[in-house]
Design a binder for this molecule. Structure first.
Ligand SMILES: NC(=O)c1ccc[n+]([C@@H]2O[C@H](COP(=O)([O-])OP(=O)(O)OC[C@H]3O[C@@H](n4cnc5c(N)ncnc54)[C@H](OP(=O)(O)O)[C@@H]3O)[C@@H](O)[C@H]2O)c1
Length: 259
């Protein structure tokens, strides 16, 4: 296929990001796959080459490294790849009381969820604006809609992603470039295990599957919607927060975060 566009997906090795890779490949995109686990990226690239003839550039990078965004754009430039869609999906959470959590891990969380996402967006956006084509798909969370005791920093990083995305979507209207923010609720991936949060009460209410969540994000992106909350139950919860006293919302969030 000669005129394929390219989607760059961060955190494409597992979970929602791997499903985004499968969806964009199915839709005829070539891929730039970024994460630390090179083996998984190679496996996904090979699967998608067989299924769709997708060409993938694999970048094994730790995106908590402040130099990583410059490395990523340098690699795509050297490979003469025009990034048409940037999917800022990589992210992680840290469970526990803020004052007791490991500080370095906490700062890496902010670096990945906030700084790297902002940095990559700023690096790739001007090219999209010049071409009057392309878009950004950011992955926030339903955590973005309220404070989250026991994952205080994670919730705050996701609020940042939501607000940044909505503001950029507004700034970019009429440019031909769109910004969409996907807000998943609990989703069955590696996320909670990695965050040491598998016993949270919230998870007893069930999780969505990563494929459904990524499909919701993709559809909203294609439709040019600035925000999509995946799943009706999650949408309802996010709406209910808007009409409730913030103190009460925070108390309820604490209850659902507790084990
Ligand atoms: N699962 C949920 O319940 C849920 C709910 C709402 C929002 N989200 C958001 O959805 C996004 C995807 O998470 P997921 O649920 O799919 O979790 P996941 O299965 O843990 O996948 C996270 C992805 O991010 C990558 N990643 C993590 N740290 C990285 C680093 N330092 N450098 C490069 N890549 C890194 C991982 O790759 P490597 O380990 O190979 O580097 C992996 O591919 C995240 O932004 C998360 O906050 C998840």
């Amino acid at each position: 296929m000669p005129d394929r566009k390219t989607a760059l997906i961060t955190g494409a090795s597992f979970g929602i990001g791997a499903e985004f890779a499968r969806i964009f490949a199915r839709e005829g995109y070539n891929l730039v796959l970024v994460a630390r686990t090179a083996d998984k990226l190679r496996q996904i690239a090979s699967e998608l080459e067989k299924a769709h003839g997708t060409r993938s550039l694999i970048l094994a990078a730790d995106l908590t490294d402040p130099g990583a965004p410059a490395y990523v754009i340098d690699q795509t430039t050297r490979a003469d790849i025009q990034v048409d869609v940037l999917v800022n999906n990589a992210g992680f959470g840290q469970y526990g009381f803020f004052a007791q959590n490991d500080l370095e891990e906490c700062l890496r969380q902010i670096q990945l969820n906030v700084t790297t996402l902002t940095h990559l967006t700023r690096l790739y956006l001007p090219g999209m604006i010049d071409r009057k084509d392309g878009g950004i798909l950011n992955v926030a969370s339903t955590a973005a809609f309220q404070p989250g005791p026991l994952m205080a920093v994670y919730f705050a990083t996701k609020s940042y992603v939501l607000l940044l995305s909505e503001a950029l979507a507004n700034e970019l209207c009429e440019t031909g470039v769109s910004v969409t923010c996907l807000c998943p609720g609990a989703t069955a991936t590696e996320f909670h295990k990695r965050a040491n949060a598998t016993e949270m009460r919230l998870l007893k209410f069930g999780s969505m599957d990563a494929k459904t969540v990524a499909e919701d994000g993709y559809r909203a992106f294609v439709a040019g919607r600035p925000v999509v909350i995946s799943g009706f139950k999650n949408w309802l919860l996010a709406q209910s927060v808007r009409f409730s006293p913030r103190k009460l919302v925070t108390v309820i969030a604490r209850k659902t975060q507790e084990e």
